[in-house]
Design a protein around this ligand. Structure first.
Ligand SMILES: *Cc1c(COP(=O)(O)O)cnc(C)c1O
Length: 370
């Protein structure tokens, strides 16, 4: 049996009529940018996350770089960020000419809260946490560090819609939460989309201005902004999907709990669950020193898998100018060689789950064959 790494159609097909009706309603409305659907989404998503405000944007990279822009962070400033992240987190910092300062991850693939303070200098202006793979970072410690050193706290929540720590949602701990609605995210649109969440009325206003060419009043431009708006079609479809988000996340949890209970291969380490946190399982990431061999082996059995991510940002060509060479961040670099994301999507059947489990349990690396 073939099992793809992802399949977005299972959820869509279950609610196809509802999505198609909404799309047609918007096409026929004559209103396509910054209308009722975006207003409604911003209100409902803020209320879901537990913040006062949400501003719809074009994508999460825009949410990230605009965050540092509106906070006044730029050349000469440093932003602390975990080294094992998707490169967009880092680009959000460097687009503003600020300098990323990398911190190694802990056993849960999130920033090691105990290694943050040693990287703080008099140039540090903010901490960017990434709730990678759907698991919340250790926010009690991190919020305390940000307060103590008077630093801004920004959250990259592109993989953590609905994840909590001590009962509180990601996107509500810091000054700004940045969300992506790229189709494969836990709350995915049918194209690009993004948003920020915040409790600050000033930041809410600033994002509204920046996303619209820096204008609060039409044709009166206060700052050099950008064009980054969640459109009506995506917002309308997200309004439909938001009502299913908890069910979508619960179904991912069903799959991953079965994986955790049934997988038992001594050469493959399973993801760890953080006490006090609920994960929304954006990915189910295993680690093994035989990663490339495991990926090929799964492929020959028709099982898809993805590496998130094969090259850490500091070693990518784009960041050669930072001159942080191989060996500088050993934990991050080892993870890049060992992580593998297994098939995970809404509506996976028991047969599909069992196929993946059986393949994982039967894997023997060449080096260990008798
Ligand atoms: C997907 C992702 C982004 C970028 O989101 P876009 O909406 O595609 O710009 C940023 N950070 C993380 C951790 C992501 O997974």
């Amino acid at each position: 049996m073939k099992v793809p790494a992802n399949n977005l159609l299972r959820h869509f097909e279950e609610h196809q009529q509802e999505y198609e009706n909404k799309a047609l309603e918007i096409l026929r409305s004559g209103s396509y940018i910054l209308g009722d659907e975006v207003d409604r989404f911003e209100k409902d998503f803020a209320s879901y996350i537990g913040t006062s405000y949400c501003v719809g944007l074009g994508n999460c990279l825009d949410a990230l770089w605009l965050s540092f822009r509106v906070l006044g962070i730029g050349a000469g400033d440093e932003v602390i960020v975990q080294a094992n992240t998707y490169i967009a987190s880092v680009m959000g910092i460097t687009i503003n000419d600020a300098t990323p300062v990398f911190v190694e991850p802990d056993a849960f693939h999130s920033i090691d809260a105990d290694k943050i303070e040693e990287r703080i200098t008099d140039k540090t202006k903010a901490i960017l946490v990434v709730h990678l793979y759907g698991t919340c970072c250790e926010m009690d410690k991190i919020v305390a560090i940000a307060k103590k050193h008077n630093l801004y706290l920004v959250e990259d929540c592109a993989q953590s819609h609905g994840a909590t720590y001590q009962g509180q949602m990601t996107g509500s701990f810091g000054d700004i939460g940045c969300f992506s609605f790229y189709p494969s995210k836990n709350l995915g649109a049918f194209g690009d989309g993004g948003a920020i969440t915040t409790n600050s009325p000033e930041l809410d206003q600033a994002f509204r201005m920046y996303r619209f060419y820096g204008s609060e009043k039409r044709y009166y431009n206060k700052v050099v902004g950008t064009n980054s708006r969640l459109d009506e079609l995506q917002a309308g479809l997200l309004n439909v999907k938001l009502r299913y988000l908890d069910a979508l996340n619960a179904d991912r949890n069903r799959v991953c709990m079965t994986y955790l209970n049934k997988m038992n291969n001594p050469v493959i380490a399973l993801p760890k669950l953080r006490v006090q946190a609920t994960t929304v399982w954006h990915q189910f990431v295993v680690t093994t020193p035989y990663r490339d061999e495991l990926k090929d082996y799964l492929e020959t059995q028709g099982i898809g898998s993805i590496i998130h991510y094969p090259i850490p940002p500091h070693l990518s060509e784009a960041y050669a100018y930072l001159k942080i060479g191989p060996g500088s961040l050993p934990i991050t670099e080892k993870l890049a060689d060992e992580v593998l994301s297994l098939p995970l999507f809404y509506g996976m059947t028991d047969a599909e789950i069992d196929t993946v489990v059986a393949a994982i349990n039967a894997f023997v690396p060449k080096a260990l064959e008798q």
